[in-house]
Design a protein around this ligand. Structure first.
Ligand code: TXA
Ligand code: MG
Length: 340
């Protein structure tokens, strides 16, 4: 399949491009587009055939449900049997934005979107291109991250291109995405909302609006079945093994030196401050704030290529605010976790 690429390279939508992309989506094709978190691979959520094109292009297991994307709260309410008061509060406060709500599905979307579950994940993205595209389509768009399943999510159009060129009908290049990690998935079907996947809206922010918010215990102790089916799969894996290393720059340098004596080429990713103190075969500074680290995380994971380095070492970060999402992704990407 020929992939049509529109190089806007800016967040601002272009009317003709949006119309062409919307036309492809409405005729059952797959189109990748930027959101404020990561690039998504979209398809008409009301068509099982269109949605199966997404699973095929990504090589995604069919028991992993997709998020339905819409432009407005009104469109969202057409996909669910009810909008509990707490969900409405979260929608009003945090959307359009990086939050996905799990709610009881009314069956308006095709069955393969929800992987047969009675609930559906719904999200109103804030990215101007995503907003305009969803408004123009005026149908719910099922959109997982636009990467090959198991790889780091794409935060640039080039990431999407290297994974999916030739497998999808279109790609809108809107430049790098801002948040860099995916939306927070929050289950609003119970009395107390439960975070199934930490993401762009932090637990601290959610608690300010919703009071008590829980986190799916399966995320912390790694036993038990996570409630977001996608969280059980290997994810975000770079091309070479990655070890998470807790401790100071000195501690990390000891591990680097030990591995290099054994002829391993070692790549490191760390905060800019720590990176400045380290010597390895390649060092990628991730930024000075947790927000910057989140924004650059997946690009860094993709930067380390097989053949350039044999091992990646990554610093750990505090699990507060967006750090919760960062550490969740790093722990899933890592093949080992070195704590003193
Ligand atoms: O930021 C994002 O959310 C991006 C952009 C493109 O919007 N999308 C994204 O989709 O990350 P995906 O498919 O890569 O991840 C969706 C996650 C998976 O872990 C999936 O299992 C979970 O949400 N999920 C979807 N529907 C669900 C449901 N009904 N119940 C529980 N978990 C659900
Ligand atoms: Mg994904």
């Amino acid at each position: 399949m020929q992939t049509n690429r529109w190089d806007l390279q800016t967040e601002q939508p272009n009317k003709q491009v949006i119309e062409e992309a919307a036309h492809l989506l409405k005729s059952g094709q797959t189109v990748a587009f930027p959101t404020e978190t990561v690039y998504g691979l979209g398809a008409d959520a009301t068509s099982a055939t269109a949605v199966s094109g997404v699973f095929q292009a990504k090589g995604r297991p069919e028991d992993n449900p997709l998020i339905a994307h819409v432009a407005t709260k009104e469109q969202l309410s057409r996909l669910v049997t009810e909008l509990p008061a707490i969900a409405e509060k979260l929608i009003d406060e945090f959307t359009p934005g990086p939050l996905t709500l799990v709610l009881p599905s009314n069956g308006a979307c095709a069955k393969n979107v929800t992987a047969g579950l009675s609930t559906i994940g719904v999200r109103i993205p804030s990215h101007p291109i995503a907003q305009q595209l969803l408004k123009t389509c005026d149908i719910p768009i099922a959109a997982p991250s636009a990467n090959i399943s198991g790889k780091p999510s794409p935060t640039t159009a080039d990431h999407v291109w290297s994974d999916l060129n030739g497998k999808i009908a279109g790609l809108i290049d809107g430049g790098p995405t801002g948040v860099g990690v995916e939306s927070t998935v929050i289950d609003c079907t119970q009395q107390i909302p439960v975070i199934l996947r930490p993401g762009g809206v932090t637990k601290e922010q959610l608690e300010q609006v919703a009071g008590t918010v829980m986190t799916d215990p399966a995320l912390a102790n790694k036993s038990g079945q996570p409630k977001a089916p996608g969280m059980k799969y290997t994810h975000y894996a770079p091309e070479v093994p990655m070890w998470l290393v807790a401790g100071s720059a000195e501690d990390i340098q000891v591990v680097i030196d030990t591995e290099r004596i054994q002829q391993k080429r070692v790549g490191v990713m760390a905060s800019t401050e720590t990176a400045g103190k380290l010597q390895a075969n390649r060092v990628i500074p991730l930024g000075t704030s947790l927000e910057e680290v989140a924004a650059g995380l997946y690009d860094a994971l993709r930067e380390f290529k097989n053949g350039d380095v044999d091992l990646i070492l990554c610093e750990t970060f505090p699990s507060t605010n967006i750090g919760q999402a960062i550490m969740n992704r790093l722990e899933k990407a890592a093949t080992a976790y070195i704590k003193d």
